[in-house]
Write a protein that binds this ligand. Structure first.
Ligand code: ZN
Length: 244
């Protein structure tokens, strides 16, 4: 059982919902196909159709009880009753593409630099992203050179799959949980979601992903920055249009 509806039904972008609680500028829905964000990935945005017109959902704020407040573009808007949710699909695909390829970049750096770990990541909705790695004495040209295998993997069209493993298995599998910040919450039956880029990477993740690397545009590595003595930041971006 998946923990998010968008994991269970990744193609569900439009659905009816009922506002179960509201306050000015935000609503709780009985169910929602939006991804809430987290782990360096932006959450979904959506159109919210109501009887009195359309509003935009600009993001999700999770309160201390784990409830998803869908934030509205008008902080004074009060919405109740039945609504129609339409997730911004193109935006989700752009973010999913760069996020999925950040798994691949993570694996390439892990292989090239002997188990180096990610210390941070951010994917934006403008076709850019960054990843930070725990790396000190390395030649930045070696990092820039990873653009070649990265684009080779896009060109080769590698399948991306999702699986669920027990908490016990995830604890005993080295490298599965790379960063606690991207690991999704466990499912109600105690399973952890794992994303597999076939033959390349396997890690716990709650983000949104492509189903094949060929759905990513080619990428360029734009800049390597030193962030402190032990940190390198790789900035990358789409080097072509996003495929439809
Ligand atoms: Zn992921």
């Amino acid at each position: 059982m998946a923990v998010y509806l968008c994991h269970e039904q990744p193609d569900l972008l439009e659905h009816e919902a009922v506002v179960v609680e509201s306050r000015p500028g935000a609503v709780l829905l009985n169910h929602s196909a939006l991804h809430p964000g987290g782990g360096g990935q932006l959450g979904d945005t959506a159109l919210l159709g109501t009887l009195s017109g359309q509003r935009r959902i600009t993001g999700i704020e999770i309160d201390s009880e784990g409830r998803w407040w869908h934030l509205l573009d008008d902080p004074m808007a009060q919405i109740d009753g039945e609504v129609l949710v339409s997730v911004d699909g193109e935006r989700r695909r752009r973010i999913a593409a760069l996020h999925t390829m950040s798994h691949v970049l993570n694996a390439l750096v892990f292989d090239e630099f002997d188990g180096t770990l990610v210390t941070g990541a951010q994917i934006n909705d403008d076709g850019t992203g960054r990843m930070d790695f725990d790396l000190s004495e390395v030649d930045n040209d070696r990092l820039r050179a990873l653009a070649d295998p990265l684009n080779m993997i896009i060109a080769n069209g590698v399948n991306v799959a999702t699986d669920y493993v027990s908490a016990d298995e995830s604890a005993s599998t080295a490298g599965l949980v790379r960063s606690l910040s991207v690991a999704p919450p466990p499912t109600p039956d105690g399973q952890l979601r794992v994303v597999i880029v076939e033959g390349i990477d396997r890690q716990a993740c709650g983000g949104t992903h492509l189903t094949n690397t060929a759905q990513s545009p080619p990428l360029s590595i734009d800049k390597i920055e030193n962030k402190g003595r032990r940190n390198r930041r790789i900035r990358f971006s789409a080097a072509g249009p996003f495929p439809h």
